[in-house]
Design a protein around this ligand. Structure first.
Ligand SMILES: Nc1ncnc2c1ncn2[C@@H]1O[C@H](COP(=O)(O)OP(=O)(O)OP(=O)(O)O)[C@@H](O)[C@H]1O
Length: 232
């Protein structure tokens, strides 16, 4: 499976944010999307999730050489600021999500199994989501996206505000999820991108470019990314 973006463009009045996004993503990989503040990472995700209309270009899924339009259920989108219904408990939210998607979900498990999987403790499962910490809300958002098994998972800086233990758990989870799907992960933390991602992609001046990842962890590689982001 491939996810192909062709000549995607987006501007806000005179400001050109996405100039010509042209890129092919392949399943089984986690892509680290790096870009400076305001480079357009969230705008790109919003356009792919069709929360925002692009001015030009297109994107498709390609499965066994056949192209088709991206369906809403192909995409899971985890926002940097978790949005969960605060008036529900964790358990109610999960049950509600499963109930409304029941016809599309396979191998539905007991609710507690999902909480065990994501590491939400027994005493927290019946608490209102408004009383969850940022990291716990983030986990819930991640969980519903995992249950939905989308072909393409867009993660907008989901680990940035998590403590080291939770971030490590999330990283493990993402590694187990990448088989058979495409994960695109935006972050400002270069070490995190290098640690977790199979490919590094830079969004710079409205264009996406892959960075050759030989010597992924070398200082030289980090300097190369920095230089590219600074426009050298
Ligand atoms: N709805 C909007 N209306 C006008 N301008 C917008 C809108 N959304 C984003 N922008 C502008 O588009 C540019 C890209 O913003 P975006 O949030 O996509 O960047 P980003 O790479 O996600 O940034 P950061 O890393 O700081 O989160 C910025 O200059 C921003 O001000």
């Amino acid at each position: 499976m491939k996810f192909i973006i062709e000549h995607l463009e987006k501007h806000f009045e005179k400001k050109e944010v996405l100039r010509d996004i042209d890129f092919t993503f392949e399943s089984g990989k986690i892509y680290g999307l790096l870009g400076r503040n305001g480079a357009g990472k969230t705008t790109l995700f919003n356009c792919l999730n069709r929360d925002m209309k692009a001015e030009g270009g297109s994107f498709y899924m390609e499965i066994d050489g056949q192209r088709r339009d991206v369906a809403p259920e192909d995409i899971g989108y985890v926002l940097s600021t978790p949005t969960v219904p605060e008036f529900l408990t964790g358990r109610e939210f999960l049950k509600f999500f499963i109930d409304i998607h029941e016809d599309k979900l396979q191998n539905i498990q007991e609710l507690d199994a999902y909480f065990d999987y994501i590491g939400i403790s027994r005493e927290d499962r019946d608490k209102l989501l408004k009383d969850y910490s940022h990291g716990m809300k983030n986990k819930m958002q991640m969980l519903v996206n995992i249950i939905a098994k989308p072909n393409l998972l867009l993660l907008d800086e989901p680990l940035t505000s998590l403590d080291v233990v939770v971030a490590e758990e999330m990283k493990q989870l993402l590694r187990t999820l990448k088989e058979g799907r495409i994960i695109i992960f935006s972050t400002h933390i270069m070490d995190l991108a290098l640690d977790l991602c199979d490919e590094i992609v830079l969004l710079n001046q409205g264009v996406l470019e892959r960075v050759d990842k030989t010597n992924l962890n070398s200082q030289e590689f980090k300097e190369k990314i920095l230089a590219a982001l600074m426009g050298n």
